[in-house]
Design a protein around this ligand. Structure first.
Ligand SMILES: Nc1ncnc2c1ncn2[C@@H]1O[C@H](COP(=O)(O)OP(=O)(O)OP(=O)(O)O)[C@@H](O)[C@H]1O
Length: 591
């Protein structure tokens, strides 16, 4: 399907409006023929044939034609605008739906700025095409044809002399399209890079400031900014080189009309009135010629935008959103059978190697291991954010691939390592897990996450609006709010990825106590670096380079005297050291 047919699918629901607008456009073009004809009449009949009584009716007709034209033009322009906005609305809807269903893999490789460029600049190029360029092209063609017919009716040889110039315009227009097309793609890519750079910089402004790298970033921005400017100038250069030719051809029509037309008048082949009318129609012929360069540029911009948008709309998630629908509710038994996993962009590196374990409903599984050992990747397979490359993940005995993804995720709650809060009230952030939850439940779950106390101390309490990504809250506060958010959902499977890393051990103990009360029927996965976070778990998995190297309960693993034991010793030593510091400080203060 070409880009025009594709764009039509968005316009099609308004096809009736489009038809009426196009008919009005034809009426308007027809009305343009009236005045030149009447001007010819004034010259021939009123001035030369001395029929002064015709002057007033002719002028009144001209005024009426101009008035009707104004109303008609306003109406169809507004209709095109309305249709283009409706089409844009539908397109944005499709784009947003698409973006919301794309998987982690896509976002791992796509810059947010690039997606934003598609959703703003590219969609606007398409709106501009539907709402302005398309009817201007039709209008130009209609004017061109009408002018030739009207001029042909006056004098055929003179019309042929003018039309003889038009092939040159097509030759130049084709060359313009050929040269400018690539430039628009360059502009589009440069805009996307600029957008991504700005987006990343605003998002990472704290890091930039912390490293005092403002000057370096400004320099980087200037490079992108300059690149965008140069790409636009290169495109403008092509336009400027071709425009004088198109202008020149359009201007040559007046010269041909005056020279050849004057000759025909002297010879008596046409009247002066006919020549004046002919000259007035000329505008309908040379205006489309002048416009052709600009319109062709806009068509190129439209084509470049269509390619980018269609590329996004046709991107397929590796994880399909729907699957078998007749599957019972998730209870929460999770089993990994010889699961291995490799990221698509690094197929030689196995992030998980033959991982096998079983978690019964309501059990707590602790996952511990060095950084980069594959802990987050393992739990990401449970929510089908990625699919295992080998082996099977089973939930309640069914292969996870049999579950419709949204259905499955509805039964899973996840507190991600990288906490994200929306710039909204704390209450709404917590209710995000279940928008229909009551205020009491929000407060209850906040209490379980040991967040109620600090939230209540805030001046606006649960109504406090947090900044973008939770700005204004400490790391530990953000973690606790995101834990409360995960708990409001009443999940069958709860995944806590390093959720208490930023809270002190006393708070962690309180949270664990609260959690054990509300997760009796919930299979809970706790990823942690601190043994204190997992020691009560029914099963602890120790990962190393993607493989389970030790497994068992805390006491079993201690008895094994292996890596877990050594880690425990190390952490215990640190705890004791910490306790010693605290008691020394206390003693010093009291003495
Ligand atoms: N999108 C990705 N593409 C390629 N490799 C990745 C991707 N995400 C993670 N990895 C790699 O997979 C490995 C495991 O990462 P993972 O995030 O699962 O580790 P982790 O044990 O959770 O680490 P941490 O404790 O630091 O959170 C790492 O070597 C990492 O570099």
């Amino acid at each position: 399907m070409n880009n025009f047919s594709w764009a039509w699918t968005y316009v099609k629901p308004n096809w009736r409006g489009m038809l009426v607008a196009s008919l009005l456009l034809l009426v308007n073009s027809g009305l343009f023929l009236v005045n030149p004809y009447l001007i010819g009449l004034i010259v021939d009949q009123v001035i030369y044939a001395n029929q002064g009584q015709l002057l007033i009716p002719i002028i009144l007709t001209m005024v009426a034609a101009a008035l009707i034209r104004t109303v008609v033009r306003y109406t169809y322009q507004m209709m095109f605008e309305q249709i283009s906005q409706n089409s844009l609305f539908r397109l944005r809807q499709d784009l947003y739906h698409k973006v919301s269903e794309l998987d982690f893999e896509y976002f791992n490789h796509t810059r947010v700025g690039d997606i934003m460029a598609r959703m703003t600049g590219d969609t606007d190029a398409i709106r501009h095409f539907i709402g302005w360029v398309s009817y201007n092209i039709v209008e130009s063609v209609v004017w061109f044809v009408c002018a030739i017919i009207a001029m042909g009716a006056i004098n055929i040889p003179l019309t042929i002399a003018l039309v003889a110039v038009t092939p040159l315009i097509f030759i130049f227009a084709r060359r313009l399209v050929k040269e400018s097309s690539a430039k628009f793609f360059d502009i589009r890519e440069s805009f996307s890079r600029l957008n991504s750079m700005v987006e990343e910089n605003i998002g990472g402004n704290r890091v930039v400031k912390a490293f005092a790298q403002e000057a370096f970033e400004v320099e980087k921005f200037d490079l992108h900014n300059d690149d965008f400017k140069q790409k636009n100038l290169a495109s403008a250069d092509v336009t400027r080189r071709f425009m004088p030719w198109l202008e020149g051809f359009a201007g040559s029509l007046s010269v041909i009309t005056l020279v050849l037309g004057g000759y025909l008048v002297i010879r008596g082949s046409i009247s002066i009135g006919d020549l004046v009318a002919f000259n007035s129609y000329l505008w309908m012929l040379n205006n489309p010629m002048r416009m052709s360069g600009w319109l062709l540029n806009d068509v190129q911009r439209f084509q470049a935008a269509c390619i980018k948008i269609r590329d996004l709309l046709t991107t397929q998630s590796r994880i399909p959103v729907s699957a078998h629908e007749d599957i019972p509710a998730v209870k929460g038994q999770v089993e990994f059978k010889d699961v291995s996993f490799k990221f698509a962009d690094d197929p030689n590196f196995a992030v998980l190697n033959n991982v096998s374990f079983k978690a019964e409903v309501g059990q707590t599984i602790g996952i511990i291991g060095e950084t980069g050992s594959g802990k987050s990747t393992l739990v990401n397979l449970i929510g089908r954010f990625y699919d295992a490359t080998e082996g099977e993940v089973l939930i309640d005995g069914h292969n996870i691939k049999e579950y419709p993804v949204r259905f499955l995720r509805n039964h899973i709650s996840m507190v991600m390592q990288d906490v994200f809060l929306f710039s909204n009230t704390i209450s709404d952030n917590i209710a995000f897990g279940d928008p229909y939850t009551s205020q009491e439940n929000i407060k209850r779950m906040a209490a379980v996450a040991d967040a109620d106390a600090f939230i209540s101390r805030m001046p606006d309490g649960y109504g406090t609006i947090v900044g973008e990504r939770g700005v204004g809250l400490s790391g530990g506060q953000k973690q606790r709010i995101s834990l409360a958010r995960a708990l409001t959902k009443v999940p069958s499977i709860l995944i806590l990825d390093d959720t208490t890393s930023a809270v002190d051990m006393e708070t962690e103990a309180k949270i664990q106590q609260g959690l054990s009360e509300v997760t009796e029927l919930t299979t809970t996965f706790i990823i942690a670096h601190r043994i204190s976070s997992v020691r009560e778990a029914d099963l602890i998995l120790m990962l190393d380079k993607g493989s389970i190297v030790e497994r068992g309960t805390h006491s079993q693993l201690i008895a094994q005297r292996g890596r877990y034991y050594r880690l425990y010793q190390k952490q215990l030593g640190m705890e004791i050291a910490e306790d010693e510091v605290v008691s020394t400080l206390t003693e010093t203060t009291s003495s």
